[in-house]
Design a binder for this molecule. Structure first.
Ligand SMILES: Nc1ncnc2c1ncn2[C@@H]1O[C@H](COP(=O)(O)OP(=O)(O)OP(=O)(O)O)[C@@H](O)[C@H]1O
Length: 278
């Protein structure tokens, strides 16, 4: 790891393209490779909380550990000083997430677009899980979409953990997308990402998440009740295969819940190219 000085020698900072809990994402340019990248800069001085400090240290460690995959944002460089951290990543330009895509599409996406994104998210998760990495914060805001190619990339590994076959504890994630075993404070494994990915797919198809509430507590109660419904108003034109996959991903029984590889073998995901785009 190197410092500020080396960063300035290697990259030129351009415009700000995003802001997260801990830092700013800026487009940057490398005169050496003549390529643009996304640089996440974190001011470590504002992080008082031990958990926040852990999050920012985890992200580059986990990203560097994962072998490259077309559906996972790649890390290229890391610069660290006592006060700051800069992570140079692959740039998705324009910087659009599935969350932004849902907003611009008026709330929901077609079945074919949803299935195409679902397949790529599942490929990213299968890759992470094979490497023992659990993302723990799969949600529309953490999936970048390349509008030119339709390719998607999983990003923000700040909540991720390397489990390598073990289990974890502790509430991590974003209320709407959190699996019930996490809410209950039980030990959990990589299947939490499958629940969250199922909630993301449901949200893309319906325009709203399956478990709702005014407060985080209400959302958690709804998740624990686990009453998965497909209101005809939202799901009238959605195929039976899509609903079947959702039942197998948003499944309370962890041992029966699909793995990423199981989901990739499901007909709805296998037949992505044949779905209607309305
Ligand atoms: N590699 C990238 N290419 C293009 N845009 C990106 C990239 N990474 C992040 N962004 C943009 O910056 C925003 C914030 O990024 P990110 O979610 O990684 O930050 P964070 O600090 O971890 O946020 P959070 O508050 O969700 O933890 C994203 O929503 C996206 O718009």
């Amino acid at each position: 790891m190197t410092g500020d000085f080396e960063f300035e020698n290697n990259y030129q900072l351009c415009d700000e393209i995003g802001r997260g809990r801990f830092g700013t994402i800026t487009r940057c340019f490398s005169p050496a490779t003549k390529e643009f990248y996304a640089c996440k800069t974190i001011d470590k001085r504002v992080l008082i909380d031990a958990l926040d400090r852990e999050c920012i240290e985890t992200e580059p460690r986990i990203m560097a550990m994962l072998p490259p995959h077309p559906n996972v944002v790649r890390i290229f460089d890391l610069f660290e000083t006592e006060d700051s951290l800069a992570i140079v990543m692959e740039l998705v330009d324009p910087p659009i997430t599935i969350y932004d895509r849902l907003i611009s599409a008026g709330g929901r996406l077609s079945e074919s677009e949803s299935a195409s994104y679902a397949k790529q998210i599942l490929r990213a998760l299968a890759h992470c899980h094979r490497c023992g990495v659990v993302h723990r914060d799969v949600k529309p805001d953490n999936v970048l979409v390349d509008l030119a190619t339709g390719g998607v990339k999983l990003c923000d590994f700040g909540s991720a953990v390397w489990l390598g076959g073990e289990t974890a504890e502790g509430v991590v994630g974003t209320p709407y997308y959190v699996a019930p075993e996490v809410v209950m404070g039980r030990k959990y494994d990589e299947k939490v990402d499958i629940w969250s990915a199922g909630v993301v797919i449901y949200t893309m198809l319906a325009g709203e998440p399956p478990f709702n509430g005014e407060t985080a507590e209400e959302i958690f109660e709804s998740i624990l009740r686990g009453n998965l419904r497909f209101p005809p108003k939202k799901f009238g034109s959605v195929s039976a295969e899509a609903k079947d996959l959702l039942r197998k991903m948003i499944c309370r029984d962890v041992s029966r819940r699909f793995s990423a590889d199981d989901a990739l073998r499901h007909p709805w995901v296998m037949n992505v190219g044949n779905l209607q785009s309305n």
